[in-house]
Design a protein. Structure first.
Length: 95
């Protein structure tokens, strides 16, 4: 198993770029592990994407989050679901 993290530095990556990175990982068959603060406050796995949602494989049973509800976690973030940039990792399993 291999873990791939976001390119550095995180401060230069906006929400749009983060979502594109997640989409690329999912397109390559790599689920993405991340922490969402706010409404959920826990780790979850992004297993798929649609134009309006991130589809989750979640231990609490949450099925999706709307892209419009997302923000990158900062002191002034206003999104319902705030993604911790340090936690974002793609999971790759080598045969």
């Amino acid at each position: 198993m291999e873990i791939s993290h976001l390119p550095q530095p995180h401060a230069e990556i906006g929400l749009r770029e983060l979502l594109r990175w997640i989409e690329r990982q999912i397109d390559h068959g790599h689920p993405v592990l991340l922490v969402m603060w706010g409404a959920y406050d826990h780790y979850t796995v992004v297993a798929g994407v649609t134009p309006t949602k991130l589809l989750l494989f979640d231990s609490f049973g949450f099925q999706h989050v709307a892209r419009s509800s997302l923000a990158i976690r900062t002191l002034r973030a206003k999104g319902r679901h705030k993604i911790s940039m340090r936690s974002v990792s793609a999971i790759m399993v080598q045969p």
